[in-house]
Ligand binder design. Structure first.
Ligand code: PHE
Length: 346
């Protein structure tokens, strides 16, 4: 019985003359799959007598080899089956996916966000204004008289000269403070993040554009103590409890009195290092009480209201957090630099 079947199928296989890859596939389906003839004959083999086993075992194995070799030869002749071809074209869908790389947040964006969050908790809102600004908002309203040398503190890019009110790229976001005060009524409690421009030669320590967050608080009875406490709180949140602050007298046309604020060096904690030039302190911002002239320029009664203002460079704040020695890295968009920062799912 088994012998007869083997003989019959052997003849069929010997006579197999495929003319397409479909024939090859049909051959495979008929003989070689798990419910195919070869497997069936092996199952039947288990039921025969021991004598038959002795003779048929070898015959059956030869039959199997014949079936496999015939298939292989036919497959080589006609290429792989259409199904396999389709699989190759689409790729193997059972393989794990490649995934795609997520971008990371720019360090300036990360730090800007952090600064904004800290001030938001204190009730400050975010206020924005144009980067192309006129002389009034960038200078005059802020108590920079025409031809005043303080204008040279900020090397300005001029876009258009126009009688009494040149058009410039803003050199600080204090211009937004003016716009805010002109448009509303006190109290004001706002921060102004944004990009600013200064005509400076580009080097590791200076750039022709950078980012600022300025702040303004105007209400009745606002004092220098409020300014100090607000900024002290900011520093504790940003750089950790115990970070020290100190205020040094300074000058800005739009604040009186004015100060610069230093913090104890975030790297060496005040012991002295390269970053703080071995002084233990690093300057992070300018601040002061809003000059009454500025309030009046914006239509606010300076007898009734007082306020404080401050301004910091986000690059500097970032630098102290991540120790980035060269400012140019921030604007070169080198992914090797950028990919080191936090990836955030939006
Ligand atoms: N506008 C100043 C600057 O760009 C910073 C500053 C803002 C100083 C507010 C005092 C008060 O340098």
């Amino acid at each position: 019985m088994l012998q007869d079947k083997i003989t019959q199928y052997t003849e069929e296989i010997r006579a197999f003359a495929p003319s397409s890859s479909a024939d090859v596939e049909n051959f495979r389906l008929k003989f070689l799959v798990s419910k195919g003839i070869v497997k069936n004959l092996f199952d039947e083999f288990k039921t025969v007598t021991p004598e038959e086993k002795r003779t048929l075992g070898k015959v059956l194995n030869e039959f199997k080899q014949l079936a496999e070799a015939t298939f292989k030869e036919a497959q080589e002749k006609f290429g792989s089956s259409e199904k396999q071809q389709a699989q190759q074209k689409e790729g193997d869908l059972t393989l794990p996916g490649n995934g795609f790389q997520l971008g990371s947040r720019h360090p300036i964006s990360l730090v800007r966000k952090e600064i904004v969050e800290i001030f938001k908790k204190l009730g400050f809102v975010v206020s924005e204004g144009p980067e192309i600004e006129d002389d009034w908002h960038n200078f005059s309203a802020l108590n920079f008289p025409p031809e005043h040398p303080a204008r040279d503190m900020q090397d300005t890019f001029f876009i258009k000269k126009q009688e009494g009110n040149d058009i410039t790229l803003r050199t600080h976001t204090s211009s937004v403070q003016v716009r805010l005060m002109e448009a509303g009524k006190p109290p004001f409690r706002a921060i102004m993040p944004g990009r600013v421009y200064r005509n400076e030669a580009i080097s590791a320590r200076a750039h022709c554009f950078f980012h600022q967050v300025e702040g303004l608080y105007v209400d009745e009875n606002v004092s220098f103590a409020d300014l100090k406490q607000t900024l002290y709180h900011f520093v504790q949140e940003m750089y950790g409890e115990g970070t020290k602050v100190r205020f040094r007298p300074s000058y800005f046309p739009f604040t009186e009195p004015s100060a610069e604020m230093d913090i104890s060096c975030t790297i060496c904690k005040g012991a002295g290092c390269n970053l703080c030039k071995y002084s233990g302190w690093v300057e992070i911002l300018g601040c002061g009480m809003v000059d009454p002239n500025v309030l009046e320029n914006c239509g606010i009664d300076s007898k009734k209201y007082s306020g404080f203002a401050f301004g910091m460079g986000i690059e500097r704040i970032t630098n102290l957090k991540y120790v980035i020695k060269d400012l140019r890295l921030f604007s070169e968009n080198d992914v090797r630099f950028l990919s080191q920062f936090e990836t955030e799912l939006i």
